[in-house]
Design a protein around this ligand. Structure first.
Ligand SMILES: Cc1ncc(COP(=O)(O)O)c(C=O)c1O
Length: 355
């Protein structure tokens, strides 16, 4: 007898890997907006202590991380839920709110994981295009909200465009639609410095997602978190399992949060040195880029694929975009000055650049 999974799972597809067959470790990785730096000594020594002990043969205990995270975020621990990366947080939130017949609304283009998870839940996605300049189209976004809209997602700053959603637009949406949960994805919060957090005391429908993958440089350890009203966190906790967060992620995050200076200095360097450096080069080279509040820039190029191939042959990975609205673009992560200069030099050497 044939074993069949649910039709909605059959209809979904496996999320594609970005560089099948390539070992990213051998490249300068500017493709996934990770931090391009070694972890601080305190984080490495916390991980080494764990390696040298028998502690990782026991199940992990994340309890002690909550008070530190609470202090960092500025909300009580009851308003926080740790997740295995913010991808996991996305799964939790979508599973909590969406059922058949209901609709998810996203900005478009945006982070593809939302639509991927929605597909596995059999839930339709309403994609609201960004404006031509890739800024957030508030009027269009509000116009598309209908009675079957069960979850709104705002990404600030947005990936892959880097563009910011104006704070007042987020506020308007959260308060004008108090019956609809609004998930604000702030994976790049440390770079933008902008958060919807201040709205939380007045907005029981607001859910904020954050990540340790970007500014904290822990993408490989998988850690994210949800911030929301305590009652909501309690419900969302039911969709988590007791040992979802591994011991190494807990140890590394505790070490990071006891001394934020390394993360803050990295973010400062990216914002104040690398970003102006790359922007100046792009302006001089007459390469169009979109204003970004994140640690990456979206570049528009006539010969995009040739540039991506050339960069790859030079040992540099960037993220060519497939979405039809931005099919001539690539996303490049901002990195410390030496790596940024390596990217700039490769761009100067690209075919056709000197003609
Ligand atoms: C907007 C956004 N949300 C969430 C994520 C997922 O991050 P992670 O699962 O590594 O925390 C990313 C990763 O690129 C992202 O760009």
């Amino acid at each position: 007898m044939e074993i069949s999974v649910l039709p909605r799972i059959q209809a979904a597809s496996v999320f594609p890997r970005m560089w099948p067959g390539k070992d990213r470790a051998h490249y300068l990785r500017l493709d996934l907006s990770e931090a391009i730096t070694a972890s601080p000594e305190s984080v490495r020594s916390a991980l080494e202590t764990l390696l040298d002990s028998t502690r990782f043969s026991s199940y992990p205990d994340e309890t002690a991380l909550y008070p530190r995270l609470s202090e960092y975020v500025g909300v009580p621990p009851a308003q926080l839920l740790l997740t295995n990366g913010s991808d996991h947080a996305i799964q939790i939130v979508l599973r909590a709110f969406l059922d058949r017949g209901q609709r998810l609304q996203v900005m478009d283009p945006s982070f593809p994981i939302y639509a991927h998870v929605a597909r596995t839940l059999g839930v339709p996605v309403r994609r609201v295009p960004l404006a031509d300049d890739l800024s957030f189209d508030m009027a269009g976004y509000k116009r598309e909200i209908t009675p079957d809209t069960q979850l709104l997602i705002l990404v600030n700053p947005n990936n892959p465009t880097g563009t910011a959603v104006p704070e007042e637009d987020i506020e308007t949406i959260v308060f004008e639609f108090p019956h609809i949960p609004v998930m604000v994805d702030e994976a790049y919060f440390e770079y933008s410095g902008v958060s919807a957090l201040d709205l939380l005391p007045e907005a029981p429908n607001l859910i904020i997602l954050r990540s340790f993958s970007k500014a904290f440089g822990l993408a490989g350890l998988r850690l994210g978190y949800i911030v929301a009203a305590p009652g909501l966190i309690e419900h969302l906790s039911k969709l988590r399992l007791p040992f979802d967060i591994n011991a190494f992620a807990i140890a590394a995050a505790k070490a990071h949060l006891s001394n934020l200076s390394h993360m803050r200095e990295y973010v400062r360097e990216i914002r104040e040195v690398s970003k102006p450096l790359l922007e100046a080069f792009l302006a001089k080279s007459k390469i169009h880029y979109y204003p970004s509040a994140a640690n990456f820039l979206l570049l528009k190029l006539k010969d995009r694929d040739a540039v991506v191939d050339h960069l790859c042959a030079s040992g540099i990975l960037v993220a060519p975009q497939r979405h039809p609205a931005i099919a001539d673009t690539l996303r490049v992560g901002l990195a410390p000055e030496p790596e940024m200069m390596r990217f700039i030099r490769a761009m100067i050497d690209r075919p056709g650049a000197r003609t």
